[in-house]
Design a protein around this ligand. Sequence first.
Ligand code: ZN
Length: 245
Amino acid sequence: MRYLVISDIHGNLTALDAVLEDVGMDTIDQVWCLGDVVGYGPCPNECIDRLREFSDYLCVAGNHDWAAIGRISIAEFNPSAQVACRWTAERLSPDNIDYLANLPTRIVVGNCTLVHGSPREPIWEYIIYPSTAQLNFQFFDTQLCFAGHTHAPAIFREETATRKFEISIPVPSSPILIDEERLIINPGSVGQPRDGDPDAAYMVFDPDSKSVEYRRVPYDVDSTQGLMMEEGLPESLISRLSFGW
Ligand code: ZN
């Protein structure tokens, strides 16, 4: 089995389609989406529709998915995110509002747990530092946990020799072998990377060969930015896509 692991699409259909083409969907058995399908980008309905076209996929809810349907307050969002959230909320089709409302916050599949933020607090918590990861290892029972939300690819592990929790930043296109260790794995963001690289990020997980491969793919950033300008979305959200921050 091969799983495509994607997160934080954020209404960026051009980036999502670039990922799907790059990975080759005929090589994928199931898609795992770690939430924030909408928010920020110009194509919220289209991104949900694209997910729903997959014959086999799993998806958890993210904070922007819940904010767009009014389930959580946007008071803690920055001003640009608030504008984009209101814009998204006004455009979501009734059917897609229903769809987002029914997403689970956590899915356990085989030896993996899927969440948006963290296993301890699936909607809101950011796992940025090893200290946060360390606290979270006791909140899932599977060997692996896939989490997004930070928009920055990372792998957290406990070093067996030192018992210290560490973070490593994966190198694109060089598969990482997974043995018996427990890991928290973040595939980065498809639609709004924040690690200084504007290319869309994703991972392919293959439990049979016990490997996870992290990949980046360029997409037509100008096209997404053009759509955002047409819709009058905030300038800061448009320009950040050029730089990946
Ligand atoms: Zn996000």
